[in-house]
Design a protein around this ligand. Structure first.
Ligand SMILES: [Zn+2]
Length: 283
């Protein structure tokens, strides 16, 4: 029994006629205070329950790496996917029909090859129909370009994508809302930092490394080293090799060195969609 309640009982025992005791003026405010304290305790309990629920979201382990491949380059099917299989790594392939995808099947994958990547266990993500930078687009035009790739996926037996990649890394607040409205969970932008799923907006997810001919091995190692304390290193590649866009080319021998480094470091290498369990509020 709380002190205030004891006072009331005592008061009733000694004052059966309920004559207002002289102490009443002091007791009533004390009861009110006790009630307030109970309300506060209830609020605190709710707060701690919420905090525990947040703790229940899995924290990303150290050395967690996401591999992403942009632009539907044919070498991703012929060279990258077999190497990833050899190493047992997951990855996301961001598909666009931009550039001369329709006519240049030496440079760009066919939808049959893209379906084969899905069948092999890789994630197929959306990189828009025409590879137009979203910050110059009307929301409805972006939505149409995004929907086109979703329809192509459906037509080829590939699940509706949940991951997106911004063409040319350009972002906009309106684009984030279009993607959120269409059910996307991750959208990779550019940058040079690790992704913190507990703090960063997953629809503006930064990359930690952008593989280009000028990249040094130390850059790669440093980016992978950022995958710690709950942060995830999301790594970007284009063609391996990329003959049409040499400024984003990755030499196959260098790529194999990168993969060997991930293996030596004991990294867990996954697709973007595999990060869902690290998002606060994710089911
Ligand atoms: Zn691209």
């Amino acid at each position: 029994m709380a002190a205030g309640e004891r006072d009331i009982v005592a008061e009733h025992k000694t004052n059966p006629l309920h004559i207002m005791p002289t102490t009443h003026l002091f007791t009533a405010p004390r009861i009110a205070t006790l009630r307030s304290l109970r309300v506060l305790a209830g609020v605190a309990a709710l707060f701690f329950t919420a905090a525990r629920a947040e703790d229940a979201v899995a924290k990303a382990p150290d050395k967690l790496v996401v591999l992403t491949f942009d632009d539907s380059v044919a070498s991703q099917a012929t060279i990258v996917a077999p190497l990833l299989k050899k190493f047992g790594f997951g990855a996301t392939f961001f598909i666009t029909e931009g550039f001369d995808f329709a006519t240049n099947k030496k440079q760009y994958m066919t939808w049959e090859q893209i379906k084969a990547l899905h069948d092999a266990g890789f994630e197929i993500g959306n990189h828009t129909r025409k590879h137009t930078a979203v910050n110059g687009q009307k929301p409805e035009d972006l939505a149409a370009d995004v929907e086109y790739i979703e329809q192509q996926c459906a037509a080829h037996g590939i699940p509706r994508p949940v991951s997106f990649c911004y063409p040319a890394y350009a972002t906009s607040p309106a684009a984030v809302e279009v993607l959120r409205g269409r059910g996307y969970r991750f959208a990779r932008a550019g940058g040079q930092q690790a992704f913190d799923p507990a703090k960063d907006e997953p629809l503006l997810m930064p990359q930690a490394f952008d593989s280009k001919p000028g990249a040094k091995f130390e850059h790669f190692g440093a980016a992978v080293g950022m995958a710690r304390e709950g942060k995830i290193a999301v790594l970007t590649f284009h063609g391996v090799p990329d003959e049409q866009h040499p400024w984003v080319n990755t030499d196959p021998a260098v790529f194999e060195k990168y993969l060997a480094h991930l293996k030596e470091q004991g990294c867990t290498v996954i697709a973007a969609r595999d990060m869902l369990k690290y998002l606060p509020g994710a089911k």
